[in-house]
Design a protein around this ligand. Structure first.
Ligand code: AMP
Ligand code: MG
Length: 324
């Protein structure tokens, strides 16, 4: 089976091709804002302008003609509505014009599935940390359930907001990490964990208020220590509750070395393993959509044309996973 998968939930228009479970192409075109955060209209214009070429590049890299593709997968949600639309239209057009089945894939589930395959994990608790998502996810009762999540903004968004206040361009996470490495004074900031959930807006506001009182290196260091400890605490509790001994880290914020280190220390203390999805699959990508879509198709799932509308608010636990 050869499946072409399309990703377009946010800044990335990605196309992957999977042949019998193996990734044979993974191309992308990424929108980056000139200033500020992601502008939905600009991002979707970028996707509109680059969709056809990105699909063509993927076919060329896999050395395939479009007629050789026998199924289409697409990221149906969650994500930015305008961006999702472009991938949805591209996927529906290909499915109808080639007369081949279509399957809608949940973006978060795809990050977990590709991570499990590539990091060689069986049944992990997943910490998915990105610009628009921060969730602690574990399998239970045939679904991936969200055991903890942000009550307001995502960790990546929080990092980018702090960065903007410091005059660092988007995305700010990598530069905050560099500054944090030079900080050594621990400044007390709000640490907000409520049950299994966590919250970042108070932490961001407090950092903004402290900007002129401390070195920016110390603020970045202290921000990271607080923000990541909140994530690791919720992840550890989910592992204890579910009795799982593997943890998978994914999403763009997974690039952060300090977060990896904190997660590894926690896992080691519990006699568990912590692994990161390969960075190219932590970032948004088409391969994970093609891979998960093909798994769904092989399990007999398929999305009818009339049910293929995009789902900007589609939650992880709303998806039945046939292989769980
Ligand atoms: P995504 O939404 O998965 O594309 O991830 C993008 C987010 O990851 C942005 O908010 C970035 O600031 C953040 N990010 C990227 N690299 C790093 C890093 N080294 N440390 C922390 N955050 C990062
Ligand atoms: Mg993502």
């Amino acid at each position: 089976m050869i499946t072409l998968g399309i990703e377009s939930t946010a800044h990335t228009f990605g196309v992957g091709i999977v042949r019998d479970g193996e990734i044979i192409a993974n191309t992308k075109s990424m929108y980056s804002p000139e200033k500020g955060g992601i502008h939905p209209g600009e991002a979707s214009e970028h996707h509109y302008a680059n969709a056809v070429n990105t699909i063509k590049n993927a076919l060329q890299n896999a050395n395939l003609e479009k007629e050789e593709i026998d199924s289409i997968a697409f990221s149906q949600g969650p994500g930015i509505p305008q961006c999702l639309q472009i991938g949805g239209v591209a996927a529906r057009s290909l499915s109808v014009s080639l007369g081949i089945p279509l399957v809608g894939v949940n973006h978060c589930v795809a990050h977990i599935e590709i991570g499990k395959k590539e990091a060689n994990l069986d049944d992990p608790v997943t910490l998915y940390v990105a610009g628009g998502n921060s969730q602690v996810i574990g399998s239970a009762g045939g679904k991936y359930r969200v055991f903890g999540e942000t009550l307001d903004i995502a960790i990546g968004n929080a990092l980018d907001k702090v960065a903007r206040k410091l005059g660092i361009p988007h995305p700010g996470g990598p530069e905050i990490e560099k500054l944090a490495e030079k900080g050594d004074k621990f400044i007390e900031l709000p640490y907000v964990v409520k049950g299994m959930d966590f919250s970042y807006s108070g932490l961001v506001t407090k950092v903004q208020r402290e900007l002129n009182k401390h070195e920016k290196e110390d603020l970045c260091y202290s921000f990271q220590e607080h923000a990541f400890a909140m994530l690791v605490e919720a992840t550890e509790r989910a592992m204890a509750h579910l009795g799982k001994d593997e943890v998978l880290l994914t999403g763009g914020v997974a690039a952060n070395k300090r977060l990896n280190e904190m997660l590894e220390i926690m896992a080691e203390d519990r006699g568990a393993v912590a692994r990161k999805s390969p960075m190219k699959y932590c970032m948004d990508n088409g391969a994970m959509i093609a891979y998960t879509g093909q798994k769904l198709l092989k399990s007999g799932e398929k999305t009818k044309f009339e049910n293929s509308e995009t789902r900007p608010d589609w939650r992880t636990e709303q998806v039945d996973i046939p292989w769980l």
